[in-house]
Design a protein around this ligand. Structure first.
Ligand code: GAR
Length: 196
């Protein structure tokens, strides 16, 4: 199973997934990192693990369809069968969706459908809820709206700040994302075996 990870920022989730593949906890190979921010820290992480990177600047393209067409070509050249969004802060357009629908997954730092979009952790704190969490879902054309695959809660304590809550949520993400991917890939393989 060759996978590509899309990220726009630090890439701590990308790192957790790469490490899980290297340690044999996740039966997949991260063959490509795609980023819409060529200066993002995730690029450094990819290089450290000798993983190819496709970094592009969306401003250099006239439309989303144009850069997504180039991404799809690169994914297909690299024989990528599954796309993992890990902090890719851009809505997926129809060009990418048509090529990878049902084979593209995202992680979001809240219990969806609560707090979609930007700054989900800040939104949860501002709403004064006692529980937030992590959601992993298939990607559709909406903002954090696809079918939910896994969710885990995080308790918000009275003295939590945005930083302490982010640390708790991200520590959970780093455990749950590789585990969920592994369970999903095993299930897909079993389904394929049954259908043969
Ligand atoms: C993660 O917390 C992820 O859940 C969030 O961005 C962060 C990326 O961190 N994604 C979203 O908010 C998507 N709507 P990372 O670059 O350190 O993995």
């Amino acid at each position: 199973m060759k996978i590509a990870i899309f990220a726009s920022g630090s890439g701590t989730n990308a790192e957790a997934i790469i490490q899980a593949t290297e340690q044999g906890r996740l039966d997949a190979t991260v063959s490509l990192i795609v980023t819409d921010r060529p200066s993002a820290k995730v690029v450094e992480r990819a290089e450290k693990h000798c993983i190819d990177v496709f970094a592009f600047n969306p401003k250099e393209y006239e439309t989303k369809a144009e850069f997504e067409k180039e991404i799809v070509e690169i994914l297909q050249e690299n024989k990528i069968s599954f796309v993992v969004l890990a902090g890719y802060m851009r809505l997926i357009g129809s060009t990418l969706l048509e090529a990878y629908e049902g084979r593209m997954i995202n992680i979001h730092p809240s219990l969806l459908p609560s707090f979609p979009g930007l700054d989900a952790i800040g939104q949860a704190l501002a709403a004064n809820v006692q529980v937030t969490g992590v959601t992993i879902h298939l990607v559709d054309s909406g903002m954090d709206t696809g079918p939910i695959i896994a969710q885990e809660p995080v308790r918000i304590e009275k003295n939590d700040t945005i930083e302490t809550l982010r640390q708790k949520v991200q520590a959970l993400e780093h455990r749950v994302y590789p585990e969920t991917l592994q369970a999903l890939f095993i299930e897909q393989r079993e389904r394929l075996d049954r259908d043969e």
